[in-house]
Design a protein around this ligand. Structure first.
Ligand SMILES: C[S@@+](CC[C@H](N)C(=O)[O-])C[C@H]1O[C@@H](n2cnc3c(N)ncnc32)[C@H](O)[C@@H]1O
Length: 285
């Protein structure tokens, strides 16, 4: 097992970070076979992992990248200059495009709106621009509602309406319980070796543009999606035994979805602490 204690930062210089005892021996690449499912995890930069993956080997990319709004991640600094942030993501997604098979899909999850320096920014056009500038064709946009219905939505949103905005027509505060999933594709024709394993009901539900999936919080990570979200994307766009990549895998929710749906998982994450949590989950299988 390789011992390591530095990672390349976004600008390429070495960045030290403190290691907890439990992450000291984390190798920077783990490959495991669980039943027929291959799990390949890289602890490091997504852009470095891209160099290790075979060209045209991935059928679907499902991910939620950092949104550049100051989320307190373990080691990643989520507050870059916005132009630099966009440039970086365009570079990552362009590199990853060569790893996708012809007609392969990419599904990106992100919040509808972020607040930076007291200004609000709607992220849909930002990510549309990032994906088209990386060479993909946009094909769909799904709204993820983090509840099963309006009543549950109220519970998810909470009753805190923003200081000074209570029942005020001048500035009511809109409490976010939705996120977007933008789907794009690499050019070319997608070929299939196997038939889809999606059920009729799953297909009908997944092809409606609003998805009602309750969110889950996780004490070990500030910005997770529930495994049900990647699971729905995976069943819609891939077949059993195909390869799914999450370049910003966090604590491994796409990995869990892959294990459940019997797709091979490829993932990278910069934080050894998050990788350690993902490996803990893997040990349960
Ligand atoms: C929005 S979170 C993803 C959470 C994940 N969907 C989950 O459910 O656990 C984005 C992740 O990207 C990681 N990250 C940031 N820059 C990275 C890079 N260059 N390469 C790999 N991971 C990176 C962060 O540490 C963070 O965990």
């Amino acid at each position: 097992m390789a011992k390591w204690n530095t990672v390349n930062s976004l600008k390429g210089e070495k960045r030290d970070f403190s290691l907890n005892n439990n992450v000291e021996n984390i190798p920077n690449r783990v490959q495991k076979k669980i039943g027929n499912v291959t799990i390949d995890i890289f602890c490091g930069l997504a852009e470095e992992y891209a160099k290790l993956l075979e060209n045209e080997s991935i059928h679907l990319i499902v991910t939620s990248p950092p949104y550049n709004c100051g989320v307190k991640y373990d080691i990643y600094n989520d507050k870059m200059d916005f132009a630099e942030y966009k440039k970086w993501l365009i570079n990552v997604f362009s590199l990853l495009k060569s790893k996708l098979v012809s007609g392969g899909k990419i599904a990106i999850n992100f919040p509808t709106l972020i607040r930076i320096e007291n200004k609000r920014k709607i992220l849909l056009s930002v990510f549309e621009d990032i994906l088209t500038s990386s060479g993909y064709d946009i094909i769909d946009c799904i709204v993820w509602i983090k509840a099963r219905d309006e009543k549950e939505a109220l519970g998810v949103a909470g009753r805190s309406t923003g200081w000074g905005s209570w029942m005020s027509p001048t500035s009511p505060y809109i409490r976010p319980i939705t996120e977007f999933i933008l789907i794009a594709k690499k050019d070319g024709k997608r070929t299939l070796k196997n038939k889809s394993d999606i059920t009729k009901e799953e297909f009908l539900t997944a092809t409606v543009s609003s998805w009602f999936i309750p969110s889950k919080s996780d004490p070990s990570h500030p910005a997770v999606f529930p495994p049900e979200l990647p699971e729905r994307i995976i069943k819609l766009y891939t077949t059993v035994g195909e390869n799914v990549l999450d370049p910003f895998m966090g604590v491994g929710n796409t990995m869990l979805a892959c294990l459940k749906t019997k797709r091979n998982f490829f993932g990278s994450e910069i934080s050894p602490n998050y990788i350690s949590k993902a490996l803990e989950k893997l040990n349960e299988f």
